[in-house]
Design a protein around this ligand. Sequence first.
Ligand code: ZN
Length: 333
Amino acid sequence: MSYVGPDFEPAPPRRSALRRPLTVAVAALVPGALAGWLLWQVTGDSEGSAGAGGGTAAPASSSAAAAPAPSGESGEPTAGDGADPTPAEPTPADSAPSAPSSASAPAASGPLKGKVVVVDPGHNPGNFEHATEINRQVDIGTNRKECDTTGTASDAGYREADFTLDVARRLRTALQQQGATVRFTQDDDRPWGPCVDERARIGNDAGADAVVSIHADGSGAGNRGFHVILPGAVRAGGADTRAIVGPSRELGARIAGRFVAVTGSAPANYVGDGTGLVTREDLGGLNLSTVPKVFIECGNMRDSADLVLLSSGAWRQKAAQGISEGIVSFLRT
Ligand code: ZN
């Protein structure tokens, strides 16, 4: 995979003249985003609809998805997650029908042709009904931790697990339009989970070029904005992230930069010191990864202003687009 440094792809001579300017332009996005973040901090404004240079990929037919889901897993507790699961509305017992697919056939063409991206929709709508299963402990290398959590929910019963699936499916379409092969860890096609260790394993076994785990936070009211969670350097038991810390940071920075640009949302005002980037060493989904991986907390479901954004299909489309553009930027570098 080519997460950093020169472009390893044998670009056709005809295009080579374009590649350098493109690379420079992409590199310029990160500082630009940082400047934007500083501005956000000053103004305190975080209305979600800037869509600066976001740009939308040309609509293209998504390639037919096909392979059956690989029994992936979804979420992992993050800062606020799990703290207040608020199972507002019980999930219907039959909420996990066999969904279509979790993997996609490679697109015929596109900048991500040949690249594999694993998308991890945090949690699972069925987790609310399977407390025993998701509460069992699994080995995350550095520690033992619950298999999975329910994720948070709004007071009105909008569940994080439904949010993550929706954003993940939009993201899949966007990435497929860029030519990527996309695999899910779960697509509401299993009753619960998978556990966080299995979620990591799915990305590893796929030989993913990039993995992103989608979440929304469950922090206190007034805490707003998004943040990307990066793996810290850990080495214990089955966990050894030293090789992925660097590329994961690059992946996370690019996703954060494009997320700001496309959604207009600000970096979290309660973690990350305004950078939108947080490093953690306690998440099994990151600790057990051997491929570049980050989490993104798209906003705080327990804050009414953020919830307005998270509840909007149009905003979720922007969120997916921003994440997709960040991944494209990372994989093309
Ligand atoms: Zn979560």
